[in-house]
Design a protein around this ligand. Structure first.
Ligand SMILES: Cc1ncc(COP(=O)(O)O)c(C=O)c1O
Ligand SMILES: N[C@@H](CCOP(=O)(O)O)C(=O)O
Length: 430
């Protein structure tokens, strides 16, 4: 598959090149030249396919011919070494748990997939690659874990100081080896801007091969489309009109769901559920896209003021506002509403959600008011114990720590503080 830049000022390129570069030379995000729907027989037979078989068929066209089929099979099998269960709350609402991976966040799948693709490409490549990542909480930990010890790859993670949870910070600052953390005096958007600026810095790019492991990178972003297929497999016999409520920040996940739909997955509608960072909610109301500085919330991984994947969503809908609006609704919820939802989910359904999932649940409830005959699946994008202080305070109960969280809790943080792009550049050149 070849990819083009959404800024249309760079040459089209291969999957391999798009993964190694991350961002196109004209600063545009890469997008696949074609999307060929899967045959109807794939969906008719989905009950008989394993997660790895579904993922292999779904991603094949996007990575071939650079990744041979036998290698791709191994990559998806290793990537998907954990479960993706649906938990039903009532006849209209289910949740898809995406937190059973090593860092208990949905980012584990994309990070593990991309690490393996890069590892494969690096076998032939003697040059070292530096992976730059901006994180508002979860991407950093997942990438640190996914890339730990991958030969020829150095990872540098930028995170906003004081704006990630304690456990998220441990996950991204304690692994050592080829993983380095930079604690940025700023918000997530400052981290993301610095990363994008580094890609345009000729002095840097002439000295090192930089790539991104944010959803900017097609190998991090596209595997997220698997989730929607896994949910469909578990629900389609019981429910016809399936709607997904996706807690959204950088909009990579909901955009990946739209790619699954482009492949033919029968999804009735998407809901982008936001916290107070509501640029897209506002856009759908006003048709004006106005990025703004992010504000801090209890669903911190969604604190994004200028979502980088919005441009990919516009590409899917050919910038036609009405067709986007027919397929996507968006609601925004305050921290108080999120806390009330966490409590409600616990009291009514005996289920402990995390703050991001709770925002997704609120999105389902808002949509179902006018669409009562649909089934809404909200994505549980992280495990509740990653946000212990909020969750335990709201449900007034101690939570047992899963082994993945216990493994990092006593470790010592190692991070370098920076407050400007110049400091990032000096760090990289060191
Ligand atoms: C727990 C959690 N929920 C939701 C999101 C938002 O996902 P996206 O950036 O793909 O919109 C993130 C971060 O990306 C996250 O870590
Ligand atoms: N919410 C993210 C922000 C970065 O998103 P990405 O999908 O583009 O990596 C995080 O947790 O870091």
């Amino acid at each position: 598959m070849n990819y083009y830049s959404l800024n249309h000022k760079a040459p089209n390129t291969t999957f391999k090149d798009a993964v190694i570069k991350g961002l196109a030379p004209d600063k545009g995000l890469y997008f696949p030249e074609t999307i060929t729907p899967l045959p109807q027989s794939f969906f008719d037979n989905i009950d008989n396919l394993s997660h790895s078989e579904i993922a292999f068929e779904a991603i094949k066209q996007f990575v071939s011919p650079e990744i041979p089929e036998d290698v791709l099979k191994t990559i998806v099998e290793e990537t998907l070494a954990f479960d993706f269960p649906i938990v039903k709350l009532n006849d209209n609402i289910s949740t898809l748990e995406l937190f059973h991976g090593p860092t208990m966040a949905f980012k584990d799948v994309g990070a593990r997939f991309m690490a393996r693709c890069l590892g494969y490409f690096n076998k032939e490549n003697t040059n070292e690659v530096t992976v730059l990542v901006a994180t508002s909480g979860d991407t950093g930990g997942a990438v640190a874990n996914g890339f730990l010890g991958v030969k020829g790859v150095n990872v540098v993670i930028l995170y906003p100081s004081g704006k990630v949870s304690e456990i998220q910070e441990k996950q991204l600052t304690t692994l050592g080896q080829n993983i380095k953390a930079l604690e940025v005096d700023g918000v997530f958007d400052d981290c993301q801007d610095m990363v994008k600026r580094a890609f345009l810095d000729k002095e840097l790019t002439s000295k090192m091969q930089l790539t991104s492991a944010n959803s900017i990178n097609v190998a991090r972003w596209l595997p997220q489309l698997f989730y929607f297929m896994f949910a469909y497999k578990q629900l389609h016999k019981e429910h016809k009109d399936i709607v997904f409520s996706v807690p959204s920040g950088n909009f990579g996940n909901v955009c990946a769901g739209m790619m699954a739909q482009q492949l033919g997955l029968p999804i009735k509608h998407f809901i982008a559920s936001n916290n107070d960072n509501n640029v897209v909610t506002n856009y759908l109301q006003t048709e004006e896209y106005i990025p703004k500085p992010s504000v801090q919330t209890i669903s911190n991984a969604m604190d994004v003021g200028n979502p980088s994947n919005f441009i990919r969503i516009q590409e899917i809908y050919k910038k036609e506002f009405t067709s986007l609006k027919n397929n996507l609704s968006s609601y925004s919820f305050s921290d108080e509403e999120t806390k009330t939802a966490l409590k409600e989910i616990y009291d009514k359904y005996d289920y402990v959600a995390d703050p991001h999932g709770a925002v997704g649940y609120l999105g389902c409830k808002a949509y179902l008011k006018n669409n009562p005959n649909t089934h809404c699946v909200f994505l549980e994008t992280a495990h509740p114990t990653k946000f212990l202080d909020v969750v335990e305070e709201v449900i007034e109960e101690k939570q047992p720590l899963p082994k993945q969280i216990q493994a990092v809790i006593g470790k010592t943080k190692e991070a370098t503080k920076i407050s400007s792009y110049k400091e990032l550049k000096n760090f990289l050149l060191k």
